[in-house]
Ligand binder design. Structure first.
Ligand SMILES: Nc1ncnc2c1ncn2[C@@H]1O[C@H](COP(=O)(O)OP(=O)(O)OP(=O)(O)O)[C@@H](O)[C@H]1O
Ligand SMILES: [Mg+2]
Length: 303
């Protein structure tokens, strides 16, 4: 839906300081119809990339390509994107609903449609109850929720959220993740940045992972895990720890009631089973171990 092609971005803080390379020949694409997570540590270049994508700042080189599905002119393209910035600004003297109407008007949405959509999304994001209050009295999470409603007010095909989960409590995070799935089920493409890897793993089909302005990985999470981690199996057994050490298993953890768990590489599975049976150790459970995305990402040095 959107392709980043060889984008380089330098910032020059002031005349005397050398320029700083924030994005270094960065290429990736946001596939249509998917929920894609944009991962990277603080300062990796996520917000800079999103600002370039929204045409808020220029690049030094490279280009962003927008698919025809979004439109052929910049006006058409931008009216098909719903964007929630990392630090949005809301007019504090307006009520939530007044601000929604103001933004909806700017996007050219009919008043009756704004009323309909704000009721629907306001209910969905549990902020409708505060629509009549002045924004100055909103909490951080309430502002965030108002931001989601506004980003959907013009019914965009692509929604882009910069750190949407950061100001939310655990219940709010779960609600937003469910909402992102619902938005995606409506046929919309969702792209959001985060450094909370488990949130991304839970909700995304695809990840784009950047480090110091460079692409580390783009693709499906399952493939990343398969390609980067050796396949392992998890054993749970009941015996004395000495019996395990006697057959060469040194790394195990007690799980109570005289039971222990340990992992071996899948290729060593049969040998381990034979050794356990020969020592009359009862195998309680044998299952494939799926590493988390977190474990994979922390092995970044191996990429
Ligand atoms: N306007 C600017 N002037 C100078 N440097 C900037 C500017 N904007 C961003 N940078 C630098 O570019 C790098 C990338 O910043 P960016 O905000 O894109 O990171 P990020 O991945 O969004 O981080 P975070 O997770 O903390 O939001 C950082 O080192 C930042 O200091
Ligand atoms: Mg950021």
């Amino acid at each position: 839906m959107i392709s980043f092609k060889d984008i380089t971005k330098e910032f020059k803080p002031d005349f005397w300081k050398p320029s700083f390379l924030a994005l270094d020949s960065l290429s990736f694409n946001i596939p249509e119809g998917c929920i894609t997570g944009f991962l990277g540590a603080n300062g990796a270049g996520k917000t800079t990339s999103l600002k370039i994508l929204m045409n808020f700042i220029n690049t030094n080189s490279g280009e962003v390509e927008y698919s025809r599905a979004l439109g052929s002119t910049w006006n058409e393209i931008v009216s098909n994107i719903g964007f929630l910035p990392e630090r949005p600004y809301f007019y504090p003297h307006l009520t939530g609903l007044e601000f929604i109407h103001y933004m909806g008007d700017l996007c050219g949405v009919k008043r009756s449609t704004i009323a309909e959509r704000s009721a629907k999304w306001g209910e969905r994001f549990k902020i409708r109850f505060a629509f009549d209050r002045k924004i100055r009295g909103y909490s951080k999470g309430m502002l965030q929720r108002l931001g989601y409603v506004i980003s959907l007010i013009h019914d965009p095909q692509l929604v882009i959220f910069d750190e949407p989960l950061s100001g939310l409590d655990p219940v709010g995070r779960k609600e937003l993740k469910d909402a992102m799935r619902e938005i995606n089920d409506l046929g919309k493409t969702v792209f959001f940045s985060s450094h909370i890897i488990s949130d991304v793993e839970e909700v995304c089909d695809q990840v784009i992972f950047i480090e110091k302005g460079k692409l580390v990985y783009q693709g499906q999470i399952d493939q990343l895990i398969k390609s980067k981690m050796k396949s392992e199996v998890l054993f749970k057994v009941k015996c004395s720890p000495e019996k395990l050490t006697a057959i060469g298993i040194d790394s195990f953890a007690g799980i109570g009631d005289g039971k222990f768990k340990f992992t071996t590489l899948t290729i060593d599975q049969n040998k381990t089973i034979r050794n356990l049976l020969a020592s009359e150790i009862s195998i309680l459970e044998l299952s494939p171990k799926r590493p988390t995305l977190e474990e994979v990402i922390y092995k970044v040095g191996e990429f």
